[in-house]
Design a protein around this ligand. Structure first.
Ligand code: HEM
Length: 479
């Protein structure tokens, strides 16, 4: 009995002591003050709401915080940074607080199975060094005549013979075919199509939930991805073999295309890039070209077809340039510099329908932003809509007004269709040239009229899509 009492006393004291320790510890370890928000439904999170990105962002900015909110998208918990201050913080803390991260729905289909995120980080650094060199304006200027002759050929074959065309599909094909020529020197239509078909599969599932079973967009992206990898590596190996034969064992490719330049690139130890490294590089530029530049062209043309007063001013600028050229003379860098109003129009289309919605990163350490703790390892996202459609930065934000880009233009970190900081889109200048050259060729040939006046815009991949493909009636100019 004494023993029983002793044991009871011992366990009571132990229980009370542990309880006191527990409550003291709990009181001392204050829970991190995470950003407000909801993680939505199990597994699907808030992915469905993301299908209408502008509303998704503005609803949550109103409900939770205009600075940063928590959500769950693409199978991950994510802190979404908003407003000009959010963009600034994001773009100026690259590599100190934030590092490269892409969702599984992008990495798994497209990358060779290794440690995808690490490979990605290495490739991002490699890309940044090389891509800025390859895509610098001095090099891009040589592409302008080719862009112009391809646009002329495309318009003559795919637009001029018809009274009505669907802009979206045509601009997708055109931008991809141009990239195949300039990046890989592939011109044959069948070969272009052979590369394009699996890319379409990948791109429609690229920002979907990573659920891999038959019928899902992710499953289609996985199938497309393995075809893309096989085909592109084949193209790279063939070119490498040819380059080695031409130069007796040394990899020397004289081509001006991007692949030729990549075959000649060496790292600090003098080693050439291998096929897989080159593949990751090429896919990293082919996809945005296919996705983003085509969306940019589509939405510029949408506004030109809708707004006759804007069209008229673009026409005036472009026809003057056309009249200054000889019969077979191609556009040059000097002509591009004269397309100031046209570029303001393109910028306004990029503001209202940005082809890229923002960018992901992963946090490398715990940090505080706007009074909230963002824990190490969390995924973060900056987005275009929190500024592009915000009346605080753009008065009457739904109004199409190219004069916003005159003078000093929009305030810093508010107009961000190409991102900002060290990870700003390296294809920005390429995209600018491509969009302007295409605008020139369409506008100097036709007037356009929309066939579906209030065509709905949907987002079933990363970029906006006119649901009927933007059908327009063409009226050729009588000149
Ligand atoms: C109108 C067309 C385009 C738009 C709106 C666009 C938009 C963007 C945006 C917003 C980012 C930054 C994403 C982030 O912060 O994570 C980005 C990154 C990137 N873009 Fe573009 N892009 C376009 C065209 C292109 C083209 C034509 C190329 C290739 C020639 C390209 C290649 C890239 C690459 C490689 C990156 C990643 C850079 C890095 O992570 O350091 N883009 N783009």
């Amino acid at each position: 009995m004494d023993d029983f009492l002793l044991y009871s006393l011992f366990f009571s004291v132990l229980y009370v002591s542990l309880s006191i320790i527990y409550f003291i510890t709990k009181a001392n370890t204050s829970k991190p003050n995470l950003p407000p928000g909801s993680t939505g439904w199990p597994v699907i999170g808030e992915n469905i709401d993301l299908m209408v990105p502008e509303k998704y962002i503005s609803d949550r900015m109103k409900k939770y915080s205009p600075e940063v909110f928590k959500t769950s998208i693409l199978g991950e918990k994510v802190a979404v940074f908003c407003g000009a201050a959010g963009n600034k913080f994001f773009f100026t803390n690259e590599n100190t607080l934030l590092t490269t991260w892409w969702p599984q729905s992008v990495t798994k289909p497209l990358m060779f199975p290794t440690d995808a995120q690490n490979t990605l980080r290495k490739i991002t650094i490699l890309n940044r060094t090389n891509i800025h060199e390859i895509f610098k304006l001095e090099n891009l200027k040589h592409y302008i005549p080719t862009m112009d002759s391809m646009a002329k050929e495309h318009i003559a074959e795919e637009w001029a013979p018809f009274r009505e065309v669907k802009v979206y599909a045509l601009s997708k094909y055109y931008t991809f075919a141009l990239a195949c020529k300039l990046f890989l020197s592939i011109e044959d239509r069948d070969e272009v199509k052979r590369l394009l078909d699996p890319i379409i599969l990948v791109s429609t599932g690229m920002f979907s939930l990573p659920l891999n079973f038959p019928g899902t967009a992710y499953n289609r992206a996985m199938k497309g991805g393995s075809m893309v990898r096989r085909q592109l590596v084949e193209v790279i190996k063939e070119r490498k073999a040819k380059a080695m034969m031409n130069s007796l064992g040394k990899v020397e490719d004289e081509g001006r295309d991007v692949l030729g330049r990549l075959l000649s690139v060496t790292d600090e130890e003098g080693q050439h890039l291998n096929e897989f490294e080159i593949y990751h590089y090429i896919i990293g530029i082919l996809l945005p070209t296919y996705h983003s530049t085509s969306a940019a062209i589509t939405f510029v043309l949408k506004f030109l077809a809708e707004l006759p007063h804007i069209y008229q001013q673009v026409y005036k600028e472009q026809i003057e340039i056309a009249k200054s050229k000889g019969p077979n003379e191609r556009l040059s860098w000097e002509d591009i510099q004269k397309m100031k109003y046209s570029w303001n129009v393109a910028c306004e289309a990029l503001r209202l329908f940005p082809p890229g919605q923002g960018g992901f990163r992963e946090t490398v350490t715990d940090f505080t932003y706007a009074g909230f703790t963002i824990p190490k390892g969390w995924k973060t996202f900056w987005n275009v809509y929190s500024t592009h459609k915000n009346p605080k930065y753009f008065s009457e934000p739904d109004k199409f007004d190219p004069s916003r880009y005159e003078g000093n233009g929009p305030a810093p970190f508010t107009f961000v269709p190409f991102g900002g900081g060290p990870r700003m889109c390296p294809g920005k200048e390429y995209a600018r040239l491509e969009v302007l050259v295409f605008m020139h060729n369409v506008v100097t040939n036709f007037k356009m009229e929309k066939l579906v006046p209030n065509e709905k815009i949907v987002y079933n991949s990363a970029s906006p899509i006119p649901v009927n493909g933007l059908p327009v009636r063409l009226t050729p100019h009588q000149n």
